[in-house]
Design a protein around this ligand. Structure first.
Ligand code: NAD
Length: 479
């Protein structure tokens, strides 16, 4: 597959002719090329967006809504092609791409197609002063959307859909590691009747293409999802230019399990929250904290369940864990496993690379469980972002809460308990943007999504996203 940029409604090659290799992680081989766009390409994308903006920002909400809705329908029509492309590009099981990634990308467009028709602004009557204030929510202009490789189309569209629903025009960059479905989205947008220039997709490395987007003086807002280090870099560039910023960054999410929980539901969900997408979801619960009284039982049952997971080629329907996204990422994840014992950890299950039949150069790793006794270890403090979880026990609620909050990250937490008082105490005191109680990754797209501490700034989801992608302007009229 040769990927091209999508600028002004057309597919074009990068101006300077720089290309990157695109790997299929399931077999560890190059299968295509992706542009490594430079600032010249970003400038072309910006110009197309700027030309489209006056008309798009004045297009009626009904018309915008109809186009977004059509994009959603076309994504679902092409679910098989998109799921196959996503699975090949990323290494994720095709089953997961079909069940989660692609339907969710469609839902993102459908959701914001509807949300924009319900979005409203405020009016305040200044009683006694004969004045009325009303707030306009105006489109910002040209905005940049930059996304990571773990949920490629899902997270790309999570930004693009609200941005264009709110009347902005977009310069977007998917991860250079997983560009395939973003490329296919261009075609879908054209087919759905999205006017040229409203969405422009430029491909390439963060250091070239991404950097050109964040440095562009006329791109007024940046919505970014990715690593904490990259987020800090973006903030440094964007802050002196007073760009609006939304940063969705890394996590080190605790999964806190109490003895009074619904055990079987907890166990099945914990297997998913640990290893879905090879553990490469920012919301995965990578630190499992278990109440001491059920620790040994949990340990035995969890190891048994995890040992039944099948690591295999992503295209096979019965594969539970596919390949990790790249060789570099596999090595990074493995390096954490390699320090486990030095840090006083004990590998209870997994820890090794896997040779999958007919795909022996693919980037496969066993689901790995490591027992630790100290939350200060690297394994419990740094984001691994792979199929590796740690388990440790706690005695009291206070201890569990202290352990859960003892990290620089604050994205999500899961709590398993049937005690209402405890549910409320943890919900209020956990230092995270998201808390799930007796469930995991149940997503209602109306809710605020994002993290605190080093997990980011700002919130996505529902009207929060539409607020981010608009500028409020207050008008005060005295009569
Ligand atoms: P990354 O930060 O390396 O890259 C993310 C995106 O930023 C890519 O498109 C990349 O090309 C681009 N980029 C890199 N350097 C840039 C620069 N200087 N200027 C502009 N853009 C630049 O992250 P990744 O490895 O692709 O993704 C994994 C990370 O994403 C993990 O830390 C994970 O937790 C995080 N993540 C967070 C969420 C969330 O919602 N909080 C969701 C998914 C993933």
């Amino acid at each position: 597959m040769k990927i091209q940029n999508y600028i002004n409604g057309k597919f074009v090659n990068p101006i300077k002719g720089n290309w990157l290799n695109n790997y299929n992680p399931a077999i560890g081989e190059v299968y295509g090329q992706t542009p490594n766009s430079t600032k010249e390409d970003v400038e072309e994308a910006y110009k197309a967006a700027a030309e489209a903006f006056p008309k798009w920002s004045n297009t009626s909400l009904e018309k915008r809504s109809k186009i977004l809705s059509k994009i959603a329908d076309l994504i679902l029509d092409k679910i098989d092609i998109l799921a196959e492309a996503e699975s090949k590009d990323n290494g994720k099981p095709i089953r997961l791409a079909k069940k989660v990634d692609i339907p969710r990308a469609a839902s993102n467009f459908k959701f914001f197609a509807n949300a924009i028709t319900q979005f409203s602004s405020e009016a305040h009557e200044s009683v006694g002063l004969n004045a009325i204030n009303f707030t306009l929510r105006q489109s910002i202009g040209i905005v940049g959307c930059i996304s990571p490789w773990n949920l490629p189309l899902y997270l790309f569209t999570w930004k693009i859909a609200p941005a264009i629903a709110a009347g902005n025009c977009v310069v977007a960059k998917p991860s250079e590691i997983t560009p395939a479905t973003a490329y296919l989205l261009g075609e879908i947008c054209t087919e759905a009747g999205l006017p040229k220039g409203v969405l422009n997709i430029v491909h390439g490395l963060g250091t070239s293409t991404g950097q050109a987007i964040i440095e562009h003086p006329k791109i007024k807002a940046i919505s970014f999802t990715g690593g904490t280090k990259t987020g800090a870099h973006i903030a440094k560039i964007a802050a002196p230019m007073f760009k609006k910023l939304s940063l969705e960054l890394g996590g080190k999410n605790p999964n806190i399990i109490f003895a009074d929980c619904d055990y079987q539901k907890m166990l099945a969900t914990t297997v998913r929250s640990s290893f879905s997408n090879q553990g490469q979801i920012c919301l995965c619960g990578s630190r499992i904290l278990i109440e001491e009284t059920i620790y040994e039982k949990f340990k035995k049952d969890f190891i048994k369940k995890v040992s039944e997971l099948k690591v295999g080629h992503p295209s096979e329907e019965n594969t539970d864990l596919g390949a990790l996204v790249s060789k570099e990422h596999l090595e990074k994840v493995k390096s954490f496993i390699d320090i486990a014992e030095k840090e006083g950890g004990k590998i209870l299950f997994g820890g090794n690379k896997v040779e999958v039949e007919n795909s022996k150069n693919g980037y496969y790793l066993q689901p790995t469980i490591i027992e630790v006794s100290d939350n200060k270890c690297k394994l419990n403090q740094e984001e691994i972002f792979g199929p590796v979880v740690t388990i440790m026990s706690f005695k009291t609620d206070e201890e569990a809460l202290t352990l859960a909050n003892d990290t620089k990250y604050g994205l999500a937490a899961t709590v398993w308990t049937n005690n209402l008082n405890r549910t409320m105490q943890f919900s209020k005191q956990l230092q995270t943007g998201i808390v799930w109680v007796n469930t995991w990754m149940l997503r209602d797209l109306r809710t605020a999504f994002g993290g605190v501490k080093n997990s980011g700034v700002g919130r996505e989801g529902g009207f929060e996203a539409l607020r981010f992608f608009t500028e409020p302007k207050n008008i005060c009229i005295q009569y």
